[in-house]
Design a protein around this ligand. Sequence first.
Ligand code: MTE
Length: 334
Amino acid sequence: MDGTLITTTDRFFVRNHGDVPEVDPEAYRLSVGGMVAQPLELTLRDLQAFPAHHLIATLQCAGNRRRELAQIAPIPNELEWDMEAISTAEWRGARLRDVLDAAGVQADAAHVAFLGADRIEKQGEVIGLGGSIPLEKALHPDTLLAYAMNGAPLLPTHGYPVRALIPGYIGARSVKWLTEIVVQGEPSANYYQSHAYRLYSATASPEDQGIESGVMLGEVPVSSVITSPEPGAVLPPGDCLVSGYALGGTREIVRVEVSPDDGRSWQLATLRGESLPYAWRWWDARLALSPGQHMLVVRAWDSSANTQPERIETVWNVKGYMNNAWHRVPITAR
Ligand code: MTE
């Protein structure tokens, strides 16, 4: 986390629910079916023959910043990510829209489902990770079937040879080792869409509430974090450089504010680099710190004037997803 727009591939975060499948590029086939006029069976070369599109996009896991939520109340069986389940790359691939156009989407279709070639044991079954996005997002010109990342073929850990790349959505929808696309009337019934990656009310467990009461996650909300200084840092009093990233999902980041005193007073941060849709925006601010303990806080706004919730308690949920509360970092000036 060094303030650069692009994360080098060797430092890009990895989240795999099962083992990395080995996919032979020659034998690789991507099937496109369901509510289409003409089902397709595409090789990697077929896919690469569609016009190539590239874009810079940040991928963020829905569980980013779960560790802070777990300090409020335990979140068992989930990875305790700090703020590192997020990275940015330049992606290249075919537009999903072009592939769907070639197949001919039927008029009453509403969702596009993906399935990966991994084999994960879940509820006594072996399944691939799947998920779906609304048809409207699937037809967006920036929704990709990506085969390259940062100018090179995808690495096996990141989905070689092909992954979905759904910019502005939670990472789980960017299905890796993509083998199947199904156009359908309903969202995917795959475990990772129908059970996991849903936002439950904080008041009861999913089982007590009914699985279907969880809100299906898609677009990520506005968020920002302080990456420097680190919690517990001891710094000399006076001028203190505070920096971090902000992310607006599909929306632009328009403002970031930093507080030296747990939100009693605020100062505008400087946004660095250019504003790119889907990409994190690095920011920094200089705070004058008096001797003593300080609670540094950051909050951001997006172009729809959405901002972050003040209290982490208000975003706590049983699976620990989508923590976009104000990010607080306690430090001492001495
Ligand atoms: N796709 C498959 N097939 N299997 C997976 O386990 N993990 C998902 C998504 N796509 C996953 C997957 C999750 S939860 C995230 S956050 C992103 O991939 C992470 O992508 P990365 O490992 O390239 O950073």
